[in-house]
Write a protein that binds this ligand. Structure first.
Ligand code: UFG
Length: 322
């Protein structure tokens, strides 16, 4: 939506492993009857990529085709390395062969490991604490090496903090398969009655109220950040890594309160032990995104909660029919 609004003509490649082709009907409703072109296929299918590049005049690629559940990455590392690392290698090789050398990559704040300080700038040391994080870090390093070897590549590494929320129409949002791992979808499911109560993973962190602090960013702000990054990459060869966050941290209890405020619903919760691998706090230093891309997040936590809730209420079964 953000790309089309900015005058780009997106072509989607998706294997729908974690999404649904029904999203396209929703996109058409939001876009006044026009949905972007979409091809069903896998980023590791080199023959398909070669055909897509041959048949379309592609100027740039935004690569989102990654798996992102930390726990699954621990239990199924081969699938994570294959999809995330091998998928990126196949894509970059196909782009190289086709002479398409502008790439915006979905990285993650997970590459900062346990950050030494927050807000965390892009220059902070990089590390990873689980296979998912290692896939993001490896792909960043592969792309740095690629751009070093061939400086005509234009590459943007976008380090997402915690994306939440949904399109304000309530037509597109996140529908995790099974029990949600992430806070906001879990809170929404408690509010709508699908889950009984939230477990707060630890209240003994060195934070404002002892619960984990994160930099939640509205998905529409994130989308606009991609447009800004794409414009920058198309204008200037080189490589940049930027944080996409708001610069504002919120604790788990603050998220619960904001959600209750936005929805008028009470969120039942209990305090549980810390979740292994969680960091106390993760907040973006957003200065570089502002100066380099001219982009800054516009939407606050209340809007993130209100939009998540609108989506959740209208689509209790996600994209599946009731
Ligand atoms: N939390 C709870 N209860 C829950 C779920 C989460 O208390 O049921 C807490 C977590 O302990 C954490 C905060 O809510 O303090 C946010 O947790 P999320 O799971 O929503 O997000 P994370 O910051 O753990 O994970 C996100 C991405 C990962 C990425 C990680 C680090 O989802 O893909 O950031 O960048 F690896």
């Amino acid at each position: 939506m953000a790309l089309a609004a900015a005058g780009f003509e997106p072509l989607i490649l998706d294997n729908y492993a974690n999404s649904s082709p029904r999203v396209l009907e929703r996109l058409a409703r939001i876009g006044g009857g026009r949905a972007p072109r979409a091809i069903q296929g896998d980023v590791r299918d080199r023959a398909l990529l070669d055909r897509l590049f041959a048949e379309n005049s592609v100027k740039a690629v935004i690569h989102f085709a990654g798996l992102k559940a930390v726990g699954d990455s621990v239990s199924q590392p081969l699938s994570y390395y294959d999809n995330n690392v091998n998928g990126s290698l196949v894509l970059a090789a196909a782009m190289q062969a086709a002479g398409v050398k502008t790439l915006v990559f979905s990285s993650s704040a997970t590459v900062y490991g346990e950050p030494e300080r927050t807000p965390t700038p892009e220059t902070a040391p990089l590390s990873a604490t689980n296979p998912y994080g290692r896939t993001k870090l490896m792909v960043e390093q592969i792309l740095v090496d690629l751009q070093h070897a061939d400086p005509s590549w234009n590459i943007g590494l976008l380090r997402y903090f915690n994306p939440v929320g949904a399109h304000q129409s309530g037509l597109i949002g996140e529908h995790p398969k099974g029990k949600p791992n992430n806070l906001m979808p879990f809170v929404s499911q408690v509010a709508v009655g699908v889950r009984e109560r939230l477990t707060v993973h630890g209240n003994d962190y060195p934070t404002v109220d002892g619960t984990g602090v994160r930099d939640y960013i509205h998905v529409l702000d994130l989308a606009e950040g991609h447009v800004a990054a794409l414009r920058h990459a198309l204008a200037r060869p080189g490589l940049f890594a930027v944080n996409l966050g708001t610069g504002q941290g919120a604790s788990v209890l603050e998220v619960i309160t904001a959600f209750e405020r936005a929805t008028g619903k009470k969120i039942a919760y209990e305090i549980g032990p810390r979740r292994p691998g969680d960091v106390p706090a993760s907040v973006a230093d957003t200065a570089l995104a502002g100066s380099l891309l001219g982009w800054r997040a516009q939407r606050g936590l209340d809007q993130m909660c209100a939009d998540s809730w609108r989506w959740q209420c209208a689509n209790p079964n996600g994209y599946d029919e009731p």
